[in-house]
Each structure stands twice: as C-alpha cells, then as structure tokens.
Design a protein around this ligand. Structure first.
Ligand code: 5IU
Length: 276
C-alpha cells in the first residue's frame, strides 16, 4: 500500500523510528495533521497560543522558534513541556541547524536553550553534507529525538531544488535511524531512488507555506491550500503560522481558536479525501 493511501495509524504501527512513530500516533489520536508555527515574540502570547490551539486538540505538533522570544528564560521551557504533556502534542523546534557536526552538536545540546533536552523533533539544512547529521545524531539519538532535513523550501527562488534535494534524500536514507523525514513541498519516495532503496521506507513530509486566504507575503513566502498540500502533493503535515494567529504583535486568542480549528478541519478533510 502506498504511503498516501495508508492511514497515519497504520504507518505508526509499522514505523521503526520512535520519534516518527510518536508523531504518527499523535496525529491519528488527535485527528489533526496541523502543526502550528508559533512565531510570536512575547512569552505569554507564545504560551497562550499553544495552550489554546492544543487545548482544543487542534494542533500537533507545535513548531517553535525559541530564539525569537523576548527575554528568554529557561522556565519558559518548563511551561512549554508541561503544556505538551497536558495537551498531548510533540514539540518541533524549527532550529534549521547549518554548521559543522561538532558545532551543531554543541548548539543542540548546550547554551541557553538546550534544545535536545526538550524538543522531540528538530531540523537541519543539508548544506554541510552528512556530517551535520552525525553531529546532531550523537546528541539526539540517545534521547529518542528525530531530525527533519530541509529538502525544499516554500520561498520564491529557493536554491533547495534539483540535485541539492536529491542529495538531501540520499543523506536521509543513509541515516534513517535518526532522520525521520523532510521539510518539503511534495513526497520524496521517488527522488534519487535506486536498487538499494527500501520499499518499506517511510520518510515523513512536513510542509510549510500553507494558507487559506492568501497566496504569499511581501517577503517571498508562497502559500498553497491544505488541499493542494495534503491531497494533491501527498504531504503528511501542514505547518501554519500567520494564517492562524494573524499579526504576531496583536494576538487575539479567540480568533486563534477559530482559525486553528478551520485549518485542522481542512487538513483532515484533505487527508480523508486522499484515502477515499
Ligand atoms: N518555514 C517556511 N518555509 C520553509 C521552511 C520553514 O515558511 O520552507 I524550511 C517556516 C517559517 C515559519 C513557518 O515559521 O514555517 C510558516 O509561517 P507562515 O505560515 O506564517 O508563513
């Protein structure tokens, strides 16, 4: 059965990687393939948006950028972790690591943020080559974490195309114990496939650049609808930011609830159509 015709639950049962399995199981349990990207700078807005969208069982996982939070304080992470337990969601810190293996291992494990200690999933640019995976894996694998590689981007003029994307897929296949999939705009099973590629491969596709009301912003972002992403392109998770919370300077928690439910429903209906 092709991945696009399988349910998240079936894929969870078969998946050998613990982080991928946890993600697929939670998607199935919450009937939500929506990941809310909480790009707000105030710590209280950050926690309120997550509490509201995940409290409604709308979102999973929550995508964070803790480096944009004003006056970052490690207690914020304790509160985020408590919310993730209370509302049953995984945390995906969209850190986009891009340095040599030794440096990314330190960035992942140490510093103010200690990302590996609380973020179930993180991501990396393939630009340094396979050593970036080796570096991150030395920290993340013993903790049961998962990594996504940025095989493609949603922005106009992105350089992550063609042979760059193919190399990203080869790198992921060579480290499938730790790499659980990609940030990409389409499925990757047929990319750089050869005789050694396993038929059992299940690399997840999490896709940003999703909007119901707009086709882009003034800074190069490009949006497609949940139906285009999940049904037509076969991706697994929609990542939505401003479509849900509007302007980060003016967060209206009630409106956030309504928008999150609208995107959750659109993403899930597109998935049900895909299965039908
Ligand atoms: N994001 C993208 N495009 C990409 C990658 C990441 O938009 O190719 I890789 C992130 C940036 C932002 C979120 O945190 O996804 C999308 O936010 P909006 O829905 O507000 O555009």
């Amino acid at each position: 059965m092709s991945l696009t015709r399988s349910t998240y639950g079936e894929r969870a049962k078969r998946h050998p990687n613990l982080a991928a399995k946890a993600l697929l199981e939670t998607i199935e349990r919450k009937k939500s393939n929506l990941c809310v990207s909480v790009d707000v700078t105030s710590p209280s807005d950050f926690l309120n948006v997550i509490d509201v969208v995940d409290g409604l069982q709308n979102s999973h996982p929550s995508q964070t950028h803790v480096d944009i939070i004003e006056d970052f304080d490690p207690s914020l992470i304790d509160r985020l972790t408590n919310l993730s337990k209370k509302h049953d969601f995984l945390i995906f810190e969209d850190r986009k690591f891009a340095d040599i293996g030794n440096t990314v291992a330190l960035q992942y494990s140490s510093g103010v943020q200690k990302i590996a200690s609380w973020s179930h999933i993180t991501n990396a640019h393939p630009v340094p080559g396979p050593s970036i995976i080796t570096g991150l894996k030395s920290v993340g694998l013993p903790l049961g974490r998962g990594l996504l590689l940025l095989a493609e981007m949603s922005t106009k003029g992105s350089l992550a195309t063609g042979s760059y994307t193919e190399e990203a897929v080869r790198m992921a296949r060579a480290h499938s114990d730790f790499v659980i999939g990609f940030i990409a705009q389409r499925r990757m099973e047929d990319v750089a496939r050869d005789d050694t590629t396993s038929d059992k491969e299940d690399l997840l596709i999490l896709t940003p650049g999703v909007g119901l009301e707009s086709r882009g912003d003034s800074m190069g972002q490009q949006y497609r609808t949940p139906e285009e992403v999940i049904l037509e392109s076969g991706c697994d998770v929609i990542i939505v930011g401003r479509g849900i919370y509007g302007k980060s300077s003016d967060v209206d928690v009630q409106a956030v609830q309504a928008q999150a439910e609208k995107y959750r429903r659109a993403g899930w209906e597109a998935y049900e159509k895909r299965l039908a």
